[in-house]
Design a protein around this ligand. Structure first.
Ligand code: NDP
Length: 473
């Protein structure tokens, strides 16, 4: 199947072809042109021209386009789910969940488009303001570059596109090179939904060329990026003076208090650690269990890990499909081998079949091992025994990251100790850090990023506050 680039409302050719393959069996599933520098220039220019029409479009029209996009997504739910499963290797049942979430994200944006407003300011609160009337409102920033990763080819694209349009901006979108087909299909739907030419433009190609041209372009007013911490740091250093939102990685911890329901925790942690082969920015990675429940927890967790069905993501029964490519499997194999060399024990998993890495439980780990200190982005969970609750909170916090954390306890005092003690953008009580609703504020502290997504919060980051002071009389 051949696809094209979208520039100024037209599907056009570009440079060298990019082949997209099924991540389980390697079948060719699509070919697209990559964008040359002149294509990126044209896309930014088209977006620039569309800023006026988008900024002047009334809220109800922006809302209608977004609501129609949600309806069209629902109508093509199966096609989107199968495309995600094939190009990202995500188990079909979870690909379906991602499409549901994409529909939610556009529906929420359709609602939020009508609620974007400022407030009045009593300027006469000081003597110099006497005789003035003041209010502030929110104006779209203009052109937004949206750069997305491979692991949620629809919903993480939706988290860039839907709030940007809801707030009256235009966009140039660059999806991950390994999973661009879902983004192409989403752009087709946005056109059908009535989005004006140039309001969304799609460019394709490697981050180091196409991504870099976008990020450094002075006509781009904001970059919204989801991806790895290294690329995030680089973007920050080259973007120049423009707004930047960064949604980066994590090595998400879970704290298990002795009063928790261990059967429930073990099952939730297994899904949270292995879902999408652990290639989720809030995947369960470090589990701190208190020593009095460590042995029974480990036994239940290993059983739950071994209960995950591994195989072809297009098979409805499968929980865990392949990782995105063999290089990633090689990387995680070497991290596990290195940890074993330093004393870690593999209780289950630790093996591969092609690009599938089996759900793996590690114990006897140390904080400085890569499997603990870095983001594994693989189906691996480390379980650590702690003296007491305070110690597990301290260890959970001892990281350079700060996206989300899960805490399992029925004790209200422990709940508040956790909330006050944990330096994370999201604290999830009695579930894993993987919990995310698409309208909640979402984003990381420390090296996990800058700014927040979650439609309303992303819209705030995609607008400038404009102050108006009117001298009366
Ligand atoms: P990468 O950082 O490798 O790539 C993300 C995107 O950035 C891709 O589109 C990539 O293009 C592009 N890119 C790469 N280099 C540059 C550059 N120099 N300038 C501009 N763009 C560039 O991440 P992955 O796709 O491997 O995704 C995994 C990472 O994403 C993990 O670290 C994960 O934690 C994080 N993530 C964070 C989330 C959050 O909300 N906090 C959610 C999901 C994932 P190309 O594909 O062509 O290389």
């Amino acid at each position: 199947m051949e696809y094209k680039l979208l520039i100024d409302g037209q599907w056009v050719d570009g440079g060298a072809p990019l082949e997209v393959r099924n991540k389980y069996d390697g079948r060719l599933i699509g070919v697209l042109p990559t964008s040359r520098q002149e294509d990126v220039e044209a896309a930014v220019e088209a977006a620039r021209r569309a800023t006026t029409v988008m900024a002047n479009m009334p809220a109800y029209k922006r809302s209608e386009i977004l609501a129609r996009t949600a309806t069209l997504l629902r109508e093509r739910q199966d096609d989107f789910a199968c495309t995600i499963a094939a190009e990202a290797g995500k188990a079909l049942k979870f690909a379906r969940t991602e499409v549901d979430r994409g529909i939610n994200t556009f529906t929420i944006a359709a609602e939020e488009a009508k609620r974007l407003h400022g407030e009045t300011i009593p300027l006469d609160a000081i003597a110099a303001g006497e005789g003035y009337f003041g209010f502030w409102n929110r104006r779209p920033v203009g052109v937004i570059a949206g750069i997305s990763p491979f692991n949620f080819p629809l919903n993480l694209v939706a988290h860039k596109v839907a709030p940007a349009l809801a707030a009256g901006n235009s966009l140039v979108l660059k999806p991950a090179s390994s999973t661009p087909l879902t983004a192409v299909k989403l752009c087709q739907i946005l056109q059908e939904a009535g989005l004006p030419n140039g309001a969304i433009n799609l460019v394709i190609g490697s981050g180091s060329t196409v991504g870099e041209w976008l990020v450094t372009d002075p006509r781009v007013d904001k970059v919204t990026f989801t991806g790895s911490p290294d690329v995030g740091r680089h973007i920050m250093s080259v973007a120049g003076i423009k707004k930047v939102t960064l949604e980066l990685g994590n090595n998400s911890p879970v704290v298990v208090a002795p009063d928790a329901d261990l059967d429930f925790v073990a099952k939730r942690c297994a899904v949270g650690a292995y879902y999408n082969s652990g290639q989720v920015c809030i995947s369960v990675q470090r589990i701190y269990s208190q020593k009095q429940v460590y042995e029974p927890f480990i036994e239940k967790f290993v059983r739950a890990s071994e209960g995950m069905v591994v195989g072809d993501p297009l098979d409805e029964r499968v929980d865990v499909g392949p990782m995105i490519d063999s290089k990633e499997v090689d990387r995680i194999e070497s991290w596990v081998r290195e940890a074993q060399g330093e004393g870690a024990k593999v209780l289950t998993g630790g093996k591969r079949e092609g690009c599938v890495y089996f759900p793996t439980v590690l114990t006897e780990v140390a904080p400085e091992m890569k499997v603990m200190a870095e983001e594994t982005f693989a189906p691996i969970a480390c379980v650590i025994s702690c003296e007491d609750f305070e110690e597990s909170i301290r260890q959970a916090n001892a990281t350079k990251f700060g996206l989300q954390v899960g805490v399992f306890t029925k004790d209200i005092n422990r709940v508040f100790k956790a909330i006050q003690g944990l330096n994370f953008g999201g604290v999830i009580i009695n579930d894993t850090p993987v919990f995310r609703a698409d309208h909640m504020p979402y984003g990381g502290n420390r090296q996990s990023g800058l700014g927040r997504e979650g439609v309303r919060f992303a819209m705030e980051e995609m607008t400038n506050i404009q102050m108006v002071a009117i001298r009366l009389g």
